[in-house]
Structure formats: structure tokens, C-alpha cells
Design a protein. Structure first.
Length: 256
């Protein structure tokens, strides 16, 4: 996709993989990045610090064509846990403290039920969505949070036996991770070109047609970007921003 952007924009495009969302947030706020993909909570956090720093323009599509996903809580198939309320006195795995679906949204769900994360349960920070469910599968906790596609991935790969874990809670829809432009560093004309290229060319069929990929099957893109993008506005992130204000979570302000 970097190749496609460079060709269509007529300028060199450099990719800077970040080890975490905190680095992306810091780079955007410092004017060191022109465009970035970051989590919904990271975007909301940047907005709360500097509303003029970034503008969300697209979110990626799920395989079913939807621009959103869900946070899920899972328990063992044989467990007596059937809701968030049942977590009183139990142990619970979160994916990552900077994750929207693996921590921020679940934390809000627990708070809404009256559960205190510090006194009413034992928490485990697993280090990832897969690790969260694997911790549950190996009986390292009583329940675990992860995004809605993770269990299917682990079952398909054979890491978790199909049917051994079951969902017990589902969040409201979460807007997908946005592609955001830094209007403070980008020329307006170039920003519009980037928007057009992402909208029309950043998908597997277009990359195959351009000869960058030999086939859709061989087109190596992150799974969440393979189905293209749809436009998004700042208002789509109001629910996440409200959670950030309510919880004052590190996921919304972790800029290193």
C-alpha cells in the first residue's frame, strides 16, 4: 500500500511501524507524522488534548462490510458465568491497557454494573487479545475480554478447541480504528489526494489491478484493511470520547 500511495501521490511515502499506540499519538501531536492508523481510544485521546491535531477520514471495513466491531467477554463453556454481574469475586483477563475493545470499553461495561475493578475482582493484563483468550483457555482466569474476531481466529488455527469458550457479554458497536490526517503538517491539496487514494485504491482488488499484487489471495495486507475503507467523521467517535472523559483511562492519554 505504501507503493500505491507513492505512485499515486507523486511523492515519497515512508512507513513508520510503531510498537504501540502511544508512539503514534505522540508522533501526531508533535507533528512528526502526517497520517496514521490508530485505535479509537487513541484518536479520542488526541482530540481531548488537541482537537485541531488530527482529522479522521476513514475506517476500515470488516469482512461483512460493516465499519465497526465489538468488545466481547468470554467464559469457559462449562462456567457458571453468564454476565458481567457474575464477575463479582472472579478473575478477569484484559487484552491491553491501551486497547479500546480489550480494556477501555470493557472497563466502562463493568463500571456500569457497579463492579469496582480494584476491589471486586482480580485482573490480569494478558498483553494482547489472543493472549487474553489463551489465558482463559488454560484456566489462568475465570473470564476474558477480546475483540469479536479473536476467538474464531484462535479456533481456526487450532490454538483453542472449538466450543470450549463461549461469549457472555457483547458491547455496543465500536467504530473501527481510524485513518487520521494531520492537517497541521499536510498541504490541503496533498491531504485531499491522500483521502482519494485511500478511498479508491487501498483495497485488494485495486492493488491487483495496478499490478502491485498478483492476486487477492497473495495480497499481503493487514487483515483489517483488506476490504477497503469508508468515510468517517469526528462525531462517530463521540461514544469513545465520552468513555475517556468518564474513566480518565491511560488508553486515552498515554503519549509516553
Amino acid at each position: 500500500m505504501v507503493t500505491q500511495l507513492s505512485e499515486k501521490l507523486g511523492v515519497p511515502v515512508e512507513l513508520f511501524p510503531a510498537s504501540d499506540y502511544a508512539g503514534v499519538m505522540q508522533g501526531l501531536l508533535a507533528g512528526q507524522l502526517d497520517t496514521a492508523s490508530l485505535g479509537a481510544s487513541g484518536y479520542a485521546g488526541i482530540y481531548l488534548q488537541d482537537a485541531e491535531a488530527v482529522e479522521p477520514v476513514f475506517v476500515s471495513l470488516e469482512a461483512d462490510g460493516s465499519p465497526g466491531y465489538y468488545a466481547m467477554m468470554y467464559a469457559k463453556a462449562t462456567s457458571d458465568i453468564h454476565s458481567l454481574e457474575d464477575m463479582q469475586g472472579k478473575s478477569l483477563a484484559f487484552a491491553d491497557p491501551n486497547s479500546t475493545s480489550g480494556y477501555l470499553v470493557p472497563m466502562k461495561g463493568l463500571l456500569d454494573t457497579g463492579i469496582n475493578l480494584d476491589t471486586d475482582l482480580t485482573t490480569v493484563m494478558a498483553g494482547g487479545h489472543d493472549a487474553s483468550l489463551l489465558t482463559l483457555d488454560t484456566e489462568g482466569c475465570d473470564a476474558a475480554f477480546a475483540h469479536d474476531a479473536m476467538l474464531s481466529t484462535l479456533e481456526t488455527s487450532g490454538q483453542v478447541e472449538e466450543g470450549s469458550l463461549r461469549p457472555v457479554w457483547e458491547s455496543d458497536p465500536i467504530t473501527e480504528d481510524p485513518i487520521a490526517l494531520n492537517r497541521g503538517t499536510l498541504d490541503p491539496e496533498l491531504a485531499d489526494k491522500i483521502t482519494t487514494v485511500l478511498r479508491e485504491q487501498a483495497n485488494k482488488p485495486a492493488l491487483v489491478e495496478a499490478g502491485i499484487c498478483s492476486s487477492e489471495e497473495d495480497c499481503d495486507l493487514p487483515e483489517e484493511t483488506g476490504y477497503g475503507y469508508v468515510p468517517v467523521t469526528d462525531e462517530d467517535f463521540d461514544p469513545i470520547r465520552d468513555i475517556c472523559r468518564l474513566t480518565d483511562a491511560d488508553a486515552c492519554k498515554n503519549v509516553g
